[in-house]
Design a binder for this molecule. Structure first.
Ligand SMILES: Nc1ncnc2c1ncn2[C@@H]1O[C@H](COP(=O)(O)OP(=O)(O)OP(=O)(O)O)[C@@H](O)[C@H]1O
Ligand SMILES: O=P(O)(O)OC[C@H]1O[C@H](OP(=O)(O)OP(=O)(O)O)[C@H](O)[C@@H]1O
Ligand SMILES: O=C(O)c1cccnc1
Length: 492
């Protein structure tokens, strides 16, 4: 199932900022509606002070494009919007045009699960100016949050060192849509399961759950509660042992585990949700081993993130799996990825060559990269990426192996001799999907593989090494020329 099934198609095209529609009307009025545009999505800094991000949300772009149309109801609503200065905001002839609108764009995107780095294009959209403008907000909404969540999850999963991580974040997520996006992106980023049943139904993600403290409190005693849970869920029995006292909780869990054994069943695990998780997990592990129950696993939750999990293992905590909620769903401590959508080339109707464009800006940090961008990723013999180069696909003289650092013109790269692969792949052609997107399982595998091959120095949490990202030499020269020309034009 896809976005198509999860949201009503009519929600897609109005799920935008008003200014996209106002600009579309302007393009339509000024004869620019059919001028061609090329927009690029990128972010400027890796989230969480990390060295990389995991591309996510891009697998749903084709759904977004194919559902991007305006129904009669949408048009009627737009027709009812009043301008602050009086009168209808949108002209009837524009709304008539919008009623017949089709999102006939071409889109290239980095496949879900790939590692991506600051400044390089995650998505490239080409097509009629008004269409490219109209899709901006919905596209960023799709890609920014899921890329952030997939990245956060990859970090948590890295800290968990191969132990299962379940997404428990729905109750703290940013609304129902946010919860679904968290489940989807966290699965791509490496989570083993989610507690979110709707995500299980829509996306086929494995669902997992234990029980709440209320279950224990609903019975006269903890032991009775555990026995009742073992009766109702013998094949999925994880007992929450911290409602009153973990030592007593573990003792009760051992009693129930023995009773389950006598009935031919097995207690799967206990969950500890408060207190010193290192000390308590060591206590629980020892108690189960001494009771002859080495198969009972120890699971932990309680405001966990990559740092607490890393610390727990550094303390020798024998924890087998983790439930991670609030800090994963809200991407604590960075609630947003600042991915942007910038115009990088325009072409007048009927013209054959593109005019590269760039945002100059006072601050070099905000300066964009012009052109019809593609990313060449270079790999060593072991299949490990050694650097990425942004180049312009339409420049015949472009040599992607020779590049200038994306932030520091003094640093140059020469990747000649390395294997190379383009990162952006076609996902939409003329408004229609260019093929089936990889499944979530495939994207999850791609993510695992990409992270396995990424230099651990780039993956580490503290002061990660900066992965080399360059601008191809010709494109870099073009960019410098555009800066000079723009400065001269401003002085004139
Ligand atoms: N051994 C440990 N080392 C590092 N952090 C830990 C350890 N044990 C628990 N934590 C983390 O410390 C934080 C506080 O846990 P603690 O149980 O003391 O307080 P709490 O959250 O107020 O408890 P409760 O959930 O009962 O209200 C949580 O984020 C938890 O994951
Ligand atoms: O801690 P998180 O990473 O957000 O994981 C999800 C939390 O949700 C549940 O409790 P809830 O937070 O509802 O109540 P509690 O804090 O009293 O346990 C569960 O017991 C976890 O503690
Ligand atoms: O199943 C669980 O244990 C669970 C699910 C969501 C939030 N907290 C715990």
């Amino acid at each position: 199932m896809s976005l198509t099934d999860a949201t009503r198609p009519t929600d897609v095209s109005l799920n935008t900022d008003l200014y996209e529609l106002t600009m579309a009307q302007g393009f339509w009025e000024s004869g620019l509606v059919d001028a061609e545009a090329c927009f690029t999505v990128f972010f400027r800094d890796a989230p969480f002070d990390g060295g990389y991000a995991i591309a996510c949300g891009t697998g749903q772009i084709a759904d977004l494009v194919e559902n991007f149309r305006y129904t009669d109801e949408d048009i009627a609503y737009l027709g009812s919007i009043q301008a602050p200065g009086g009168g209808a905001l949108f002209k009837p002839a524009f709304l008539e045009w919008l009623g017949g609108f089709a999102m006939d764009v071409d889109v290239w995107a980095v496949p879900e699960g790939q590692v991506v780095f600051p400044r390089e294009p995650l998505v490239r959209v080409q097509g009629p100016m008004a269409a490219c403008q109209l899709i901006e907000t919905a596209l960023l909404n799709l890609v920014n949050f899921q890329t952030l969540v997939a990245t956060k999850t990859a970090r948590v999963v890295q800290a968990a060192e191969g132990h299962a991580v379940s997404d428990f974040g729905l109750r703290r997520a940013q609304g129902p849509d946010g919860g679904l996006a968290v489940a989807r992106a966290s699965y791509v980023g490496g989570a083993s399961s989610t507690s979110n049943c709707l995500a299980g139904k829509i996306y086929g993600i494995p669902v997992f759950g234990t029980h709440a403290h209320s279950w224990v409190m609903a019975f006269p005693s903890e032991l009775e509660a555990f026995r009742a849970f073992a009766r109702t869920s013998p094949k999925n029995c994880v007992l929450l042992v911290d409602t009153y006292d973990v030592h007593q909780g573990v003792a009760n869990a051992i009693t129930v585990a023995k009773e389950m054994e006598a009935a031919g069943e097995r207690l799967a695990a206990v969950r500890i949700d408060s207190g010193d998780l290192a000390k308590l997990s060591k206590f629980a592990r020892r108690a189960f081993d001494e009771a002859g129950l080495p198969y009972v696993r120890v699971s932990a939750s309680n405001d966990l993130d990559e740092y607490t999990i890393q610390s727990l293992f550094a303390q020798g905590a024998p924890i087998d799996s983790f439930g991670v909620g609030t800090k994963l769903a809200t991407c604590d401590p960075q609630p947003s990825l600042g991915g942007v959508y910038k115009l990088s080339a325009v072409r007048k109707a009927g013209e054959s060559s593109w005019r590269p464009t760039m945002k100059l800006s006072e601050v070099a940090y905000k300066r964009t990269i012009p052109g019809i961008q593609q990313v060449a990723r270079f790999y060593d013999e072991a299949g490990c990426p050694v650097g990425d180069v942004i180049y312009d696909e339409t420049m015949p003289q472009a040599t992607p192996s020779a590049a200038v650092d994306v932030m520091d013109a003094e640093t140059t790269y020469d990747f000649a001799g390395y294997e190379c692969q383009d990162l952006l792949v076609p996902v939409v052609r003329g408004g229609v999907r260019a093929g089936e997107a990889p499944t979530l399982e495939e994207s999850k595998r791609a993510c695992k593989d990409a992270l396995m091959h990424l230099d651990p120095a780039v993956r580490r949490f503290l002061n990660p090494q900066v992965y080399p990202v360059g601008i191809e030499a010709e494109l870099s020269r073009l960019r410098q020329r555009l800066v000079r020309e723009e400065r001269t034009a401003q002085r004139a």
